[in-house]
Design a protein around this ligand. Sequence first.
Ligand code: ADP
Ligand code: MG
Length: 291
Amino acid sequence: MPRDLCRAEEAVVFKDVSFSYSNGFTLMDVSFTIRSGELALIMGPNGSGKTTVLKLMAGMLKPLSGDIYLCGIDTRRIKLSEAARYVGYVPQNPWMAFFNNTVFNEITYVARNTGLSKEEYEARALEVSSWLNIAHLLQRSPYSLSEGEARRVSIAAAIIHDPSVVLLDEPTAGLDYLNKIDYVNIVQKLVLRRGHTVIMSSHDVDLLTLFPEAKVILLNNGRLSFNGYIRDLLSRAHLLLSNNLLLPAPIALSTYLNELLGVGEGSGASVEELVERTVLRKDVIGELICR
Ligand SMILES: Nc1ncnc2c1ncn2[C@@H]1O[C@H](COP(=O)(O)OP(=O)(O)O)[C@@H](O)[C@H]1O
Ligand SMILES: [Mg+2]
């Protein structure tokens, strides 16, 4: 189980947080909380501020105004190396973050720099690498790995020191469906078996149906558009469309059938009728999918 450093009930708290880059992008008055042991999705279109929010959580950026608490600690008051004991950050592109000659050196880097002894980090490297099924890769160059292997190595590097909170930046970007399901299984085990608080950023709306219990924070252009649970978001599906996100395929289909074709429970429409009406209204489906 993760080291019991995070005693706070709330793993992450944002209180009226604002932040700006010099190019003009501003995160404005963002407030939300993520409970310890919870799975959360930070969703929004490209450029909405998701990575910025993850970096603020990890203490890599500091807020201009407002407060951020990581495991109850004000991130302004701790150095990055101290914050790294509480949080593991998995970057969007694993290749950009690799800089060691072997997978073993890559996954033990943070552990070696957060004060673990050699015996301890070697034992942990064996534990996480067998857990993530990458023990056979430890002496390989990280640059020789497949996409799926590289992502597992990135996770191993982020969790080796047993942080309470694991941040995954766009974890499913560019993965095919089978690799996505494989990743979803890893994330579920991180939360359920290892007890981490897992926070993912993504614009991939499939995650909403793959993690139906997750907390969702929806961002658009640096502003908070929704803060709640998936069931409430899906019952207000227009929020996804108005925030430049697609509807998840099952929701798009049921919305289409229920609202546009008038096919609801008890309507008695046959499959043939549905097909016929669907074909007739494919312009509408196209519009839904393209929006
Ligand atoms: N280091 C940086 N310096 C200046 N602008 C940045 C930097 N990082 C991100 N931005 C800008 O901030 C905005 C939000 O970026 P980001 O948080 O990466 O969004 P997302 O992860 O949702 O795609 C974008 O307009 C991006 O160009
Ligand atoms: Mg990003």
